[in-house]
Design a protein around this ligand. Structure first.
Ligand code: SF4
Length: 411
């Protein structure tokens, strides 16, 4: 059986303790958040779509981890079968390290390996992932003509069915992988020794717990670290804050919480990968029936532009639109609460990683739990991990938070 895989290797580079815990104490992992599950699903969906770029391949995906050894053997057999030109998820093992290559394409007497990424840009981590695969393939004696990274083309505009040849772009990572081979070999040896340790290595928590990925042992490692105390008073430059107060004082104020969706693969004609579309908005103001309007197109995304028209028409009545989520469609009346507070140099330990609505509210109202359920992950919604009804409630709840913060400072 193998000791390392692509994911445990990358994890080990991030933190040796995370690797050890994954191998020896996986039951101490945090539960996957909705956001992580949605991200994982997105990667899988894009990976399957990418296979159409090289159609007709044999799928080598094992049904369970116990099938890995069999798949390794079958992959090697298929490499020598002249009738097979493309393989998906081909399984290789070298020096106790197991990889599954997203796509393997015959190229004359050689093979071309392709790793698919559901992103618009390539990071060093992606190149390191490719380098590890190259190391294993080379170790298995696979003659490689190239190792490529395949990722989304920001310039692609969907018209009709998805054109995978336009949607994806390819870049070679072969030179990088070759240069890294000795480093990878040393890393593999080091990480194998980490896994063989009798106890978890001592690693102090720090920024590496979130870089490049949020570690799934944070619940375990951080449990004795005092959490940021919401009761600590925030600091703010009130002079700078009030200098930004709306002038003249608005009579009719709307509070707006729009919800945007950025699908990796464009869903609608005329849109690009990760194009921002408005799926819903909550609007609170004295012109709204019962004080609130909620518009959404959760079940028909093609109406996303209609939402902008509805929103614009409703906002005409108001003198000021207060929001925490500004966007280009809102026009001159916008009061961007997040920007205003940042300009006034508001500080609280909870805000050290950025001005999220939840943390700002927790800092202002000294209550961490107050708004903890109001984060909406749109991809979770589109993958049925979150119900429409819950998302609508959360949108309105978030908007109430925006209103409370504004009124706290400006009324
Ligand atoms: S939480 Fe931090 S220290 Fe603990 S295993 Fe993860 S990365 Fe390592």
């Amino acid at each position: 059986m193998h000791i390392l895989s692509k994911s445990t290797y990358i994890k080990g580079l991030q933190c040796e303790k995370a690797l050890y815990m994954t191998k020896k104490h996986p039951y101490l992992r945090d539960r996957l958040s909705i956001e992580q599950r949605a991200k994982f699903q997105r990667g899988t969906d894009v990976g399957i779509l990418a296979q159409q770029y090289f159609p007709g391949g044999v799928n080598m995906t094992p049904n369970s981890p116990s099938q890995f050894p069999r798949r390794v053997k079958e992959t090697m057999e298929k490499l020598h079968n002249p009738d097979i030109n493309v393989m998906y998820e081909a399984v290789f093992q070298h020096n106790d390290t197991l990889i599954m290559v997203d796509i393997l394409v015959r190229d004359g007497d050689q093979w071309k390996a392709i790793e698919v990424k559901s992103s618009l840009k390539l990071s060093t981590t992606y190149y390191n992932d490719a380098a590890l695969q190259y190391y294993v393939l080379h170790g298995c004696g696979v003659p490689l003509s190239d190792f490529q990274l395949m990722y989304l083309n920001a310039g692609y505009v969907k018209q009709g069915p998805i054109d995978v040849r336009q949607l994806f772009q390819l870049v070679s990572a072969m030179d990088y992988a070759r240069e890294q081979e000795a480093t990878i070999a040393a890393n593999v040896e080091r990480l194998k020794q980490v896994v063989a340790l009798p106890h978890a290595p001592q690693v102090v928590v720090g920024p590496h717990c979130n870089d490049p990925y949020p570690c799934d042992f944070r619940g375990h490692c951080w449990r004795n670290i005092p959490q940021e105390d919401p009761n600590v008073p925030y600091s703010i430059d009130f002079k700078a804050l009030f200098a930004q107060a709306p002038d003249p004082k608005p009579r009719r104020i709307a509070y707006l919480n729009p919800l945007f969706y950025r699908p990796a693969v464009p869903e609608l004609d005329g849109t690009r990968p990760y194009q921002e579309m408005m799926l819903a908005f909550a609007l609170s103001g004295d012109q709204e029936p019962n004080g609130n309007t909620l518009w959404d197109c959760f079940d028909d995304h093609s109406r996303w532009q209609e939402g902008l028209d509805v929103m614009e028409a409703r906002l005409r009545y108001y003198d000021l639109v207060v929001t925490f989520t500004p966007n280009e469609h809102l026009g001159y009346k916008v009061f961007n609460l997040s920007e205003v507070l940042q300009n006034a140099e508001m500080f609280h330990p909870l805000l050290k990683d950025g001005f999220s609505l939840q943390h700002t509210a927790a800092a202002v109202f000294h209550d961490l739990k107050l708004f903890e359920h109001s984060r909406i992950i749109v991809e979770a919604l589109t993958q049925d991990l979150l119900s429409y009804e819950q998302a609508k409630k959360d949108l309105i709840a978030e908007n109430e938070v925006v209103k409370s913060i504004y009124q706290h400072f400006f009324k």
